[in-house]
Design a protein around this ligand. Structure first.
Ligand code: DQA
Length: 153
């Protein structure tokens, strides 16, 4: 039982980066909180952050398709950050794995600049959560706990 948590470009700066938009919680805080919650239910959370599109593609391929089936993740939670609005490659990698994924954004991208309104992932995501800050990640995890593993939260 495994879930992959992916965070894209500049999200290593969470807590320091435009806190009025992205909040004060750091990425380590988010990853630790989610990993602990998952572990309580005997689920391993694999956390990957990268500023490099290709490294995110590599992680998706590796954990979603290339590794032995018994080691593959069951689902993905991804905040691609700016790659949301640019990356056909991440979309294609996610589709290649055929693993269901939830797209998360800390900010409400629809109230921001027009270039943030389009996502290359949303139409193939299981769901999209945006504007709820770091709680959005927890909600995405809870969705998988309930709907993938039948856990009674
Ligand atoms: C973001 C929104 C993106 O538009 C932006 O480029 C980010 C973060 C969010 O979590 O709100 O880096 O994905």
């Amino acid at each position: 039982r495994r879930i992959l948590l992916l965070n894209g470009v500049n999200l290593n700066l969470l807590g320091k980066r435009e806190p009025e938009i992205y909040g004060h919680t750091t990425l380590i805080d988010i990853e630790t909180c989610l990993a602990t919650r998952a572990a309580c239910h005997d689920i391993e959370l694999i956390c990957v952050q990268s500023n490099h599109e290709g490294q995110l593609v590599d992680a998706i391929q590796q954990h979603g398709l290339l590794t032995d089936i018994s080691l593959q993740v069951d689902a993905i939670i991804i905040n691609p950050a700016a790659f949301t609005h640019t990356s056909v490659a991440i979309r294609d990698a996610l589709l290649a794995t055929q693993k269901p994924f939830i797209e998360v954004h800390l900010s409400n991208v629809h109230t921001r600049e027009p270039f943030r309104h389009h996502s290359y992932l949303s139409d193939v995501a299981m769901g999209v959560i945006c504007g709820l800050g770091h709680l959005g990640y927890q909600m995405a995890l809870d969705y998988w706990l309930i709907n993938l593993y039948g856990i009674d939260l």
